[in-house]
Design a protein around this ligand. Structure first.
Ligand code: SF4
Length: 365
């Protein structure tokens, strides 16, 4: 059904099965077999028994979605593999499971119905496909989302943006939120990660055109994409589609195979955020540096600058949007998917205990 996305992914799957079997016949044998059985021409995922790698429940801000039910929990599930091979991948244990013999991620069986039950028990409001690249297993994600939407959850993708139009149309009826990583604005560097810049730019356009709520994230890696001109070009591109699309700039930490660049400093994030705002973006966020980036953690009204949502990392400290999703001072509508009951429905906390309580937790199947 989603032939083009399957074509784009199939080369990766076949190569990965071969590599997994050759490099680590013991550790990856079961996984390679599983994938081999399910790699079918013209199909992304052949359903037998449904399997995933990991499930966790945590705040929606970690995705990050800052304009989707702030303060809510999102049940997040992932599978195996990614068509990219970013050397700084923080989820490499799952994303590189088919390539890297050091990744010994086991598979675990779970059904879409069970996942909906876990989301209910976990008091989640969203169900999100992440940890690996959900596009390469879009058929399985859709099967999960069909159950979860029916059960009343809002569903979303956290994705590298290497999508085809047919894959987006395939999942469109079931998702309301989509986060795309726009990793850099230099095609040669994109190809080092396994991607193509124009494909990701096209995905951002297509997601927005389809009316799916979109947030874009750029991990600022010193020396890779941190130049002013490159960050300015990214911001200008997003603004050219719609200046109301939130742009998150987040801090790189040494991880996986990328251990040379220094960790991103808070002042570099602030500079990137200022660059985004100067290009006309209305909602720019400097992430994963709680308390170090001043106002750039907060949502402010683009018309009157009233602080509408105050954050400390993943913790919501204040929420002032009206039930209609408007600024209480000047009534400017703020784009996003908001609680219909305003602050009454939003988890707000002030203390470090509240902050730690909001950290993600593993859930039992
Ligand atoms: S696209 Fe994301 S999941 Fe895939 S390798 Fe890169 S960082 Fe990891």
């Amino acid at each position: 059904m989603i032939q083009q996305q399957a074509d784009r992914t199939r080369g990766f799957q076949q190569q990965s099965v071969k590599q997994a079997s050759a490099k680590s016949p013991v550790a990856n044998e079961a996984l390679a077999e599983v994938l081999d059985r399910r790699t079918v021409v013209g199909t992304l995922w052949k359903r037998e028994a449904d399997r995933i790698r990991c499930v966790a429940c945590g705040h929606v801000e970690k995705k990050p979605y800052f304009h989707v039910y702030p303060g809510s929990d999102a049940l997040t599930f992932g599978m195996m593999g990614c068509d990219f091979h970013c050397s700084y991948c923080q989820n490499w244990v799952t994303s590189q499971a088919l390539r890297d013999p050091a990744s010994l991620a086991p598979v675990q069986a779970v059904t879409p119905d069970q996942l909906a039950g876990i989301a209910r028990r976990s008091d989640a409001r969203l169900v999100v496909s992440s940890y690996n690249e959900p596009l390469i297993t879009a058929e399985w994600s859709r099967a999960v989302f069909e159950h979860c939407v029916e059960a009343g959850f809002t569903c979303g993708f956290v994705s590298n943006g290497n999508a085809t139009a047919e894959a987006l149309d395939f999942i469109r009826p079931w998702i309301r939120a989509y986060k795309v990583d726009l990793k850099c604005f230099n095609d040669a560097n994109y190809r080092k990660l396994g991607g193509v810049l124009e494909n990701v730019k096209a995905t951002i356009r297509m997601v927005h055109e389809r009316g799916i709520w979109l947030e874009v994230l750029t991990l600022v890696v010193p020396g890779f994409n941190s130049g002013d001109n490159e960050l300015r070009a990214i911001a200008a591109f997003i603004a050219s589609i719609n200046p109301q699309i939130p742009w998150h700039v987040t801090a790189f930490h040494k991880d996986y195979k990328m251990t040379d660049p220094e960790n991103t400093r808070a002042e570099q994030l602030v500079r990137a955020a200022e660059t985004g705002a100067s290009e006309g973006l209305k909602f720019v966020y400097a992430g994963n540096s709680p308390g170090q980036v001043g106002e750039w953690e907060n949502t402010r009204c683009p018309s009157c600058s009233t602080t509408l949502i105050e954050r400390y990392g993943y913790l919501i400290r204040d929420y002032r949007l009206t039930a209609e999703g408007k600024c209480p001072s000047c009534a400017t509508p703020i784009p996003g998917i908001w609680s219909e009951r305003g602050a009454e429905d939003v988890r707000i906390g002030q203390s470090m205990a509240d902050y730690y309580h909001r950290l993600p937790r593993a859930v039992r199947i």
